[in-house]
Ligand binder design. Structure first.
Ligand code: HEC
Length: 131
């Protein structure tokens, strides 16, 4: 059994040495952090187009959903977005089931899912950046 214990000792020593050598290596994070930031260009704008908002709220007067700037200008009832305050933003209130004025958007439906509405909320609460 002497040979076997020598072998195990040599094996442990090897593992120890390799282990020590590894300590100099830069620490790589186990997973690449996934960005959860909601962006106007890649999250909000596609929804405004796909859900038909752009078709009714374009260049024909009143609210234009073409850009962050025009959303800040808003429509007859004031700004469509209030940076940092989703619950005070007309665009969010109009997407929810019981808007404070007029009809739920998009007019005539189909309405947005809770997840889709949450994207608007998250984007506005994060500052409604033109990102
Ligand atoms: C079929 C046309 C139509 C579509 C599609 C539509 N809207 Fe509207 N929207 C209207 C009309 C008409 C009004 C004014 C009457 C009202 O407030 O219900 C309005 C009003 C609004 C207002 C209030 C503007 C103000 O200041 O008075 C907001 C905000 C709004 N829409 C957002 C949206 C969003 C976001 C979408 C897409 C999810 C959308 N709308 C899709 C026709 C439409």
């Amino acid at each position: 059994m002497k040979l076997r214990s020598h072998f195990i000792a040599a094996l442990l020593l090897t593992v120890f040495i390799i282990g020590c050598e590894d300590q100099g290596d830069p620490v790589t994070p186990p997973t690449t952090p996934v960005s959860t930031e909601v962006k106007f260009s890649s999250d909000i704008q596609p929804l405004l187009t796909d859900k038909g908002c752009v078709g009714c709220h374009g260049a024909n007067g009143g609210l234009s959903v073409a850009s962050v700037a025009t959303l800040l200008t808003g429509g007859n009832n004031g700004p469509a977005i209030v940076a940092g305050k989703a619950d005070s933003s007309n665009i969010v209130l109009k997407l929810r089931a019981t808007p404070p004025f007029g009809q739920r958007m998009p007019q005539g439906g189909p309405f947005l899912s809770a997840d889709e509405i949450k994207k608007f909320e998250d984007w506005i609460n994060a500052g409604a950046k033109n990102n």
